[in-house]
Design a binder for this molecule. Structure first.
Ligand SMILES: Nc1nc2c(ncn2[C@@H]2O[C@H](COP(=O)(O)OP(=O)(O)OP(=O)(O)O)[C@@H](O)[C@H]2O)c(=O)[nH]1
Ligand SMILES: [Mg+2]
Length: 681
């Protein structure tokens, strides 16, 4: 019989026990004969030196093990918010997920974030409450928190004896009255036949209830909750049975066109690039020539696969091919980077689930001779994590990277030292602001007008959009004003215009990314030898629109005006009640907007929103402020206008508002490709 495949993600807040659970599952499945431990740095999935030293997961890692006729490809992900980008890329390749929650710490900020993401993406998810052996572990408390704050349709799958001790045991519910009633009530909410039977007091066969539980789990309508301990092994049997009973296995046509998502890129010790791809359709053989494409780019790249390995019962093993539903490691794809799609790209492409990095810092090599190697090394790190967004300032000869936080910065520093032999320091970490338009601005450049050196008419209006909405392009022009010999379909023109507009808005009036705006194309025209006399002339090309658009965008933006907004975080600070009075002014000094504190007995909670740039200061002050007992949790809370002076960021591209500089730049850098695109046209 053909084996089925379950591509399973393990997700959780930091330290909930994902890696320990992974190790335990490998052991229980018979793939490893000795249990490794995170604390000793001996697990299968925390295999990087840095992960072993720090005891935290930094990169997503794949292992596989069999349960019956199912091959589970398990992806262990990092929980620390600095590495959320790793999780995002994994989400696109999952058939199902296990969301791990610590029975002691309970539902934490990252737990919410992840639950929201799996719901949005319709990823069927089981909840695993881990660490039930630890003193302070809860059962009822956890179930209540889960159903009230995380997943209203949560169903406990067993009871626990000896909670909070090493001898803890889980007894899975079987066909008993309490469970049957609970299950029937929950399932009846979504299924009319069960509701009818329930109302009539008919006895529904237990098997039918379990089948319906699986159906509703696969639709994300219910969330079964398992309990256990990755350390003692309690609850593993029930969880493993639940994985294959309740989660869907992969589907996909092995004979269809190739479509695969690259969710991890690493380099071998010898420097070879290895891409991890989940195949949704088709199959890939060694020596196949593959096309692949990057989000936001309209051109494919090509390369030949030189070797393949596939995950099977533990390790990745060499194979000649990898097929739909599987995860393969591919060698030989020189220019590929994480997030690329091989073959057919699904529509619509997946959008971002989590916030972008909000901090940046200049990376300075200790030795002045390391400038060029540093650029190469950061380029390679960016293939594994494009969000570090390496920026080069040619005038100052500086390189900067985008960051989520201090831990990520330390990891980059250590990776450069260990893997590339380059010692670096970082300048001060500064926030990455955005610009939002404050009003509406319009601009137009007319074909053949003296101020317009290009063969096109472009008119644009820029106005504020809702917070968090990004950039939206609307067309108020029709195909008669668009050179259809270039774009074929009006949608292609809209896509191209959107790309030109987005590229320009990467650097606004103050040099920051412009966001949360609606850009409407109000006018368009082109020239051709046989058009009406007013527009007649040589043929307009795509290049005319591409080069004219930045001029119009920036004029419109200047008229709209922008305000610089900085990233903020919402913090929740748990501290001894007697220290609340002293902590409030300290928070206020950091520029925090503080909610009335929540005083509950000995421990109280203060919630506040403060600039992201101050969060580290708060973290450092925490031991002093809270007598060493404070617990700080923080999550991204959007952008707010900076108070005081508008900070600006050095541009990496010339400002089209400076006409001469822009034209010089085009003539210097774009002339060869302009000639090429005129030939294309
Ligand atoms: N008592 C107890 N400790 C556990 C259990 N599971 C994990 N731990 C401990 O919790 C700590 C964190 O475990 P990890 O497995 O690294 O947690 P993680 O979720 O992978 O952490 P990140 O990948 O860094 O987010 C380690 O010290 C583990 O030994 C458990 O079931 N019981
Ligand atoms: Mg881990």
């Amino acid at each position: 019989m053909l084996r089925r495949t379950l591509n399973l993600g393990i997700l959780a807040h930091v330290d909930a026990g994902k890696t320990t659970l992974t190790e335990r599952l490998l052991y229980e499945a018979g793939v490893i004969s000795e249990l490794g431990s995170v604390d000793a740095g001996t697990t299968q999935t925390d295999s990087l030196v840095l992960e072993r030293q720090r005891g935290i997961t930094i990169k997503a890692a794949v292992v596989s093990f069999p349960i019956g006729d199912v091959t589970v490809n398990l992806i262990d992900t990092p929980g620390h918010p600095d590495f959320i980008a790793e999780v995002e890329r994994v989400l696109s390749v999952l058939d199902g997920a296990v969301l791990v929650i610590s029975a002691v710490e309970g539902v934490q900020p990252q737990t919410h974030l992840l639950m929201r993401a799996v719901k949005r993406l319709h990823i069927p998810t089981l909840i695993f409450v881990n660490k039930i052996d630890r003193a302070g572990a809860g059962y009822d408390r956890l179930l209540q928190a889960i159903s009230q704050r995380l997943a209203p349709a949560a169903v406990a799958m067993g009871t626990v004896d000896g909670l909070g001790t090493r001898a803890v045991r889980l007894t899975p519910w079987a066909d008993d009255t309490t469970f049957r009633t609970r299950l029937t009530e929950q399932l009846a909410e979504q299924d009319d036949s069960i509701l009818a039977a329930y109302v009539e007091d008919d006895k529904i066969p237990y098997r039918r209830l379990r089948e319906e539980l699986a159906t509703q789990t696969r639709k994300g309508l219910v969330h079964p909750v398992f309990f256990g301990s990755a350390i003692t092994g309690a609850g593993m049997e029930a969880l493993m049975a639940g994985l294959v009973e309740l989660l869907p296995t992969a589907t996909g046509d092995g004979d269809g066109p190739v479509s695969a998502s690259v969710f991890k890129v690493e380099r071998s010790q010898g420097g070879d690039k290895i891409a991890y791809a989940r195949l949704f359709s088709g199959s890939i053989q060694v020596r196949d020539r593959l096309r692949f494409r990057r989000a936001g780019q309209d051109r494919d790249q090509e390369a030949r696969v030189t070797a393949i390995s596939v995950f099977d019962a533990g390790a990745a093993v060499r194979r000649d091919w990898v097929a739909a539903r599987q995860i393969g490691k591919l060698w030989g794809l020189g220019d590929i980077q994480i997030g690329d799609w091989i073959g057919d790209v699904p529509t619509p492409a997946l959008s971002h689930q989590f916030r972008p990095p909000t901090l940046e810092s200049v990376v300075v090599p200790r030795s002045p001779h390391d400038g060029a190697p540093l650029r190469v090394a950061l380029g390679q790190l960016a293939e594994q994590d494009p969000l570090i967004n390496v920026r080069q300032d040619d005038r100052r000869h500086e390189l900067s990277v985008s960051l989520y936080g201090e831990i990520q910065k330390e990891v980059i520093q250590a990776t450069l030292a260990n893997d590339y032999g380059i010692e670096v320091t970082f300048r001060e970490t500064t926030p990455i602001c955005i610009e939002r338009p404050v009003g509406t601005g319009e601009a137009v450049e007319i074909l053949h007008a003296e101020s317009n050196p290009f063969l096109a008419t472009v008119g644009l209006r820029i106005e504020p959009g809702p917070d968090g909405s990004g950039i939206e392009l609307r067309l108020e022009v029709d195909h008669r004003s668009v050179p259809m010999y270039v774009y074929k379909r009006l949608e292609d023109f809209a896509d191209a215009m959107e790309q030109y507009v987005r590229q320009t808005l990467q650097e606004g009036l103050f040099g920051w990314q412009v966001s949360d705006c609606i850009v409407t194309m109000t006018e368009s025209n082109y020239s051709s030898p046989d058009g009406p006399p007013t527009t007649r002339g040589p043929l307009s090309t795509a290049a005319d629109f591409r080069r004219l658009t930045p001029l119009v965008v920036m004029q419109a933006l200047k008229r709209a005006g922008t305000v610089v907004c900085e990233p903020t975080v919402r913090v929740s600070l748990e501290i001894p009640t007697e220290l609340v009075a002293a902590a409030m002014p300290a928070l206020a000094r950091l520029g925090a907007a503080i909610e009335p504190p929540w005083l509950q007995g000995k421990l109280s909670t203060i919630k506040a929103v403060l600039p992201a740039a101050r969060a580290d200061q708060l973290q450092r002050q925490l031991p002093g402020l809270t007598g060493g007992e404070g617990v700080l949790e923080s999550s991204f809370a959007g952008y707010q206008p900076v108070s005081g002076d508008q900070p600006s960021r050095r541009r990496t591209m010339p400002n089209p508002l400076n006409f001469n500089e822009y034209m010089m730049y085009l003539n210097r850098r774009v002339l060869p490709s302009l000639t090429a695109s005129r030939e294309e046209a």
